[in-house]
Design a protein around this ligand. Structure first.
Ligand SMILES: [Zn+2]
Length: 150
């Protein structure tokens, strides 16, 4: 790997450890030419998953979108950051366990709703209301009633 300082291709790894996210390896490298050190992150290459949207357009699966939705739903709720991360991990595992190359966005939505229900009930209702794009109060109330009668 080329040194980012002097561009000489003569660097070596002096330290390797798992990065905080647990999904990558953080390596400290040193350049033998100029002696400077830098960090690289090595990630497992994941197979891109394609999401089929309602309008049939395709886009690459993006964990950050789910993350944003869950975090927004949990706004001002007593849900810890760890619980949110675990919830998203669970959602993601389930999506990837489908072992498909393309997945309907509605299917992802169902999985998210299923998991978020265990996380926080208010967050669930919030998410569901956005996700299903409720057009009338009745549909929303149906969901709410179902939830409260559990
Ligand atoms: Zn260098």
């Amino acid at each position: 790997m080329k040194c980012p300082f002097c561009s000489v291709d003569n660097t070596r790894v002096i330290d390797s450890r798992p990065a905080d996210d647990g999904d990558s390896i953080r390596r400290r490298r040193q350049c033998d030419a100029c002696g400077r050190r830098f960090t690289t992150y090595e990630k497992v290459e994941t197979i891109p998953l394609i999401v089929i949207k309602k309008d049939k357009n395709r886009e690459t699966y993006d964990r950050r979108k789910i993350e944003a939705g869950v975090i927004k739903s949990c706004h001002k709720r007593p849900v810890s950051a760890e619980a949110v991360t675990k919830c998203i991990d669970d959602i993601e595992n389930e999506i990837f366990n489908l072992e498909v190359k393309e997945v309907d966005s509605t299917q992802i939505g169902e999985i998210v709703m299923d998991k978020i229900k265990d996380l926080d009930q208010v967050a669930y209702v919030r998410f569901a209301s956005v996700y299903r794009e409720f057009k009338d109060v009745n549909t929303f109330m149906d969901e709410l009633t179902k939830l409260l009668s559990q």
